[in-house]
Design a protein around this ligand. Structure first.
Ligand code: URA
Length: 188
């Protein structure tokens, strides 16, 4: 079985899809490796590609504002992407790229064993929750799979394009905290 270090080394050296030829740095997930909450987005953006870290660009600032609103910090959660490499021009990930990268996400999820998975945006929700997931109608709804509750919220870059989505996303995150507290109280 792989360890976190194994996955990190595989991601750093990965050549499983053509994005490995255009990326500057691969972007492994970051945060607490014992977090209850795992955030999954679609793919690193341009700034993330330069720094090798998730959500360090403009959408990262929005994400931090949302986390701050519900008193979450980045080191209390785990944030990752379906793709570990930046798709040129910020285009949607291709099916074959998602398939090539998916084992890394599976190992991250297996090692973390999160109580809650939050998909950031349509691409992640359609890959993780359901292929016909409609983010406008279904954000903030929950499903349960094995020992994990899953939900989806608007992607921070969608909020950058349409700032009216900020308040509804903050409300979705407050509900995520409520759900986490409920799940933790059931455990104790
Ligand atoms: N957008 C994403 O989907 N992921 C990042 O890490 C940054 C921007």
């Amino acid at each position: 079985m792989y360890t976190w270090d194994d996955i990190e080394q595989h991601v750093a050296a990965c050549t499983h899809c053509p994005l490995s030829q255009t990326r500057k740095l691969p972007v492994m997930g970051r945060g607490s490796r014992s977090a209850d909450i795992m955030l999954i987005a679609e793919a690193p953006g341009g700034q993330e590609d330069l720094e090798g870290l998730p959500f360090v660009g403009r959408s990262g600032n929005i994400l931090d504002e949302i986390l701050d609103d519900c008193s979450l910090t980045r080191d209390a959660i785990y944030i990752t992407n379906i793709l570990k490499c930046h798709p040129p021009g910020n285009r949607d990930p291709k099916e074959e790229e998602k398939n090539a990268c998916f084992p890394y996400l599976k190992y991250e999820t297996y090692l973390l064993k999160p109580k809650i998975i939050v998909c950031l945006g349509r691409v992640a929700a359609q890959r993780i929750i359901s292929p016909d997931f409609k983010i406008t109608r279904q954000h903030g709804t929950w499903i349960c799979r094995k020992d994990c509750s899953l939900t989806a919220v608007y992607h921070p870059s969608a909020i950058l394009r349409d700032p009216s989505l900020l308040e509804v996303t903050k409300a979705d995150f407050r509900e995520i905290i409520r759900k986490r507290d409920e799940l933790l109280s059931l455990k104790s």
